[in-house]
Design a protein around this ligand. Structure first.
Ligand SMILES: N[C@@H](CCC(=O)N[C@@H](CS)C(=O)NCC(=O)O)C(=O)O
Length: 209
């Protein structure tokens, strides 16, 4: 498999899950603005919408959109338990959570990455939008569960982690949401997460100890 990614972008969720599953894969760093990849591919032919993640399967099929890529990966090794079985209420809960992370939490950060400088009013509005979505994560964790769907880590946790981790990059404190803060720290310490962050150049190997 080949994963098209940008360092620290939402594609890192799929990178983490590939590590969790131990599936052999290669990475191709992608410049979404130029539409080129490090391996010399024309990315617009791979992903006409021009954004990562794009996963090329061993059969050459191309899968895009985080919720689809993540579930596809989990379904490669069902026994790893990174997604509940298809057709169950638990799987619907996973899809519900993936859609929330994708269309609500992830997109609430978009103004920070638009390339335009945010004035005070726009920044305040964007931070409030992020806060409303983080508050939902905090409510989901209120009963003391370790992960979004309960005590088992699933693919949505990798995606939520990557997005929540952006808060630090854009200067938004998660201090008002202590369970979420602890959740982020917990997932950051998983070996598969650390390995992906080192490979994408976000942290140094020495920070692993
Ligand atoms: N709906 C897409 C959104 C993916 C997305 O927003 N990707 C961002 C990185 S987090 C990207 O590649 N942006 C670059 C661009 O749009 O040029 C999904 O869920 O996969």
């Amino acid at each position: 498999m080949r994963l098209h990614y940008k360092p620290g972008a939402c594609s890192m969720a799929s990178h983490i899950i590939l590590n969790e599953l131990g599936i052999p894969f290669e990475l191709d760093k992608t410049d979404t603005e130029l539409g080129t990849t490090e391996a010399g591919q024309d990315f617009r032919k791979i992903s006409p919408n021009g954004y990562v993640p794009a996963l090329v399967t061993n059969d050459g099929d191309i899968i895009t959109e985080n919720p689809a890529v993540l579930q596809y990966l989990a379904d490669q090794i069902p026994d790893a338990g990174l997604a509940p079985s298809n057709g169950t209420l638990e799987r619907t809960r996973l899809q519900e959570a993936l859609n929330f992370v994708s269309s609500e939490l992830h997109k609430s950060f978009s103004p920070f990455f638009s390339g335009a400088e945010l004035n005070d009013e726009a920044r305040k509005k964007t931070e409030a939008g992020v806060g409303r979505r983080v508050a939902h994560i905090e409510r989901s964790l209120a009963d003391g569960r370790a992960f979004l769907l309960g005590d088992a880590y699933t693919v949505v946790d990798a995606y939520a982690f990557v997005v929540l981790n952006w808060a630090g990059f854009v200067g938004v404190s998660l201090g008002a949401w202590p369970k979420t803060q602890a959740y982020v720290a917990h997932i950051a310490a998983r070996p598969a997460t650390v390995k992906a962050m080192v490979a994408e150049g976000l942290i140094e190997q020495e920070q692993l100890a």
